[in-house]
Write a protein that binds this ligand. Sequence first.
Ligand code: TNX
Length: 508
Amino acid sequence: MDDARTQAGLPAVIPVPAEIEAIVGTDVTLGDDAVIAADPNAVGVGEYLAGLLRPATGLALPVVVLDAAAPAGPGIALRLTALPGGDEAYGISTDGRTVTITAAAAEGLFRGVQTLRQLLPVTIEGRERVAGPWTVPGVRVSDRPRFAYRGVMLDVARHFFAVADVERYIDQAALYKVNHLHLHLTDDQGWRLEIATWPRLTAYGAGTEVGGGPGGFYTRDDYRRIVGYAAERFITVVPEIDLPGHTNAALAAYPELTRDGVAVPRYTGIEVGFSSLVADNPRTYRFLDDVFGEVAALTPGPYLHLGGDEAKNTTREEYDQILVRAQQMVRAHGKTPIGWHEAAEGPLDPSTVVQFWGTTRDAPEVVAAAGRGNRVIMSPANLTYLDMQYAPGDRLGLHWAGYIEVDDAYGWDPGDYLPGVADEHVLGVESPLWTETAATAADLDELAFPRLPVIAEVGWSPRTARDWSSMRDRLTAHAARWDALGIAYYRSPRVDWPVASGAGAPPA
Ligand code: TNX
């Protein structure tokens, strides 16, 4: 079996494209004369692709400007042209000499590049030169996303993750056509983004994490680096400032925000629901407006997540009062608010996006909000939470929402999961990774793989193209790709993995 293909002979592409067919006799082998010819408005995508392909192939792969009128040279052509299906839609064709990716926007070419990458032998992912041949099987692909928002969330508050770890996660997500990175930047255990007007948030409030480790925070330059790295991969950063609960780190840094003005200690446990901002304190709103203003100014994307979850120590009245003001402020700073679904029990603005994280299919407040026109991001905790254990006894993860095996994470549909919330209400799908138990990049790998790729497919691929036995074969094929990328994935018993591969695998 060719390592980039499944037993059925089709290339093992995740997410499965809307349309893909083998075209016999049109294989393209990248040789010494191969070039990457990119539309003048997609040279950045060409450079990104060259950066992916040069180390393993050892080919020069110069990036040249595509002459739209002339036939492309041997190698790869990235062509911008009118194409239905939106900016992320793309096509791939082969003619024996050139692989051509077409799209209406550079973003679509970038998504197509992720498919092209998966059409090549998995050894392409290594950073050392290896023997080819570097053959793209003859193929015709026509592909577009089902949902506009395919997200991953990383909790950098419970455990802090360095910029390099976040960039690594961005690369992993980009491979599966994820287009949003939600950063959970603040929680009881730490405040992770420098705010110039409230410096103690990080000077003091970032100084620990779950278990009492040193914590950490992103300077504004660090955050800009993350945003820029994501943007080069056509991934939009969604910053979350969680309120009114999950605010102990802020309250510890600024006693003036507490109910009685008395300092609270920093927190390193994993309980939730004890901290709260105070609704009738004017400092609360000064604080929120300053923070939202700075975060909005640092963030090019359209969204600002204001949390709203598990405010168990906030009265209904206080919650509603803070939510109204917070939404107004976020909008005044030019951003669209997103709230965890508890916000839908309060005075939700029609523009606010609701993120469903429940564990049952019964969520009347979410259904009612969708009926009023609010868009919904689907993150059912019992299906998409990457921090849930796969099985009892796992080294990592929690299990309050149950155990989530890889086929569970795959076997649901965002368009009919909540009766009354249909495709037209669903903005997209997001898989959150909370980090109470995850402290290292290897921990993230094991929780995210193989579940991140399958949830990415739930968000991208048409329902009719999805099939578990095909996915299982494709995961088997992708394991070698993860090995080449150094991803220590979880060896779920639901998939036939290669022998010496994955986290804790026996040696070959
Ligand atoms: C619930 S999901 C939380 C988080 C925890 C997570 C652990 C949500 C909106 N809140 O505070 O980290 O469970 O799985």
